[in-house]
Design a protein. Structure first.
Length: 146
């Protein structure tokens, strides 16, 4: 194709699965909302041809593998290409939202899925602080699950 007197190559769309791995991140803290987010992500990650990564961002002193056990079992029973990871951080330097966004950027994730509220937000709360911070600050698309 010629444009402005210069020959340019025609750009054809490339299937995502052929060009590189894509990732869907699920923020998981063991709450009912994060469980809903995980179940939805399990449904949509194959449609997006993406690997699913379940992340539990936790303060270094409060990390507990038991929180992720249910997520591991659900992921295993779903036959989805995925993994579960603990993401410890120093609360004097960072936050769960910052860590999740940073991780998602590092691996070039295509989507972050998060429950509207987490384990620290009670009934009066419409949107938890971590979900709000991710939705506001993430350069990556965010799906908030209720």
């Amino acid at each position: 194709m010629i444009s402005g007197g210069l020959r340019t190559e025609e750009k054809r769309p490339v299937k995502t699965s052929e060009s590189r791995n894509t990732y869907v991140i699920v923020a998981y803290d063991g709450s009912e909302q994060s469980l809903k987010a995980l179940r939805l992500a399990i449904k949509i990650s194959p449609v997006l041809e993406s690997k699913l990564i379940v992340l539990h961002a936790c303060e270094e002193s409060k990390c507990n593998e038991d929180v992720l056990e249910e997520a591991r079992l659900i992921l295993k029973s779903s036959s989805i290409n995925g993994e579960v990871r603990m993401l410890p951080y120093d609360s004097s330097l960072s936050s769960p939202a910052s860590e999740i966004i940073s991780f998602a950027r590092r691996i070039s994730a295509s989507l972050i899925v998060i429950g509207a509220t987490g384990s620290s937000c009670k009934e009066y709360c419409n949107l938890g602080s971590t979900a709000a911070s991710i939705a506001i600050n993430s350069p990556i698309s965010v799906l908030i699950v209720r």
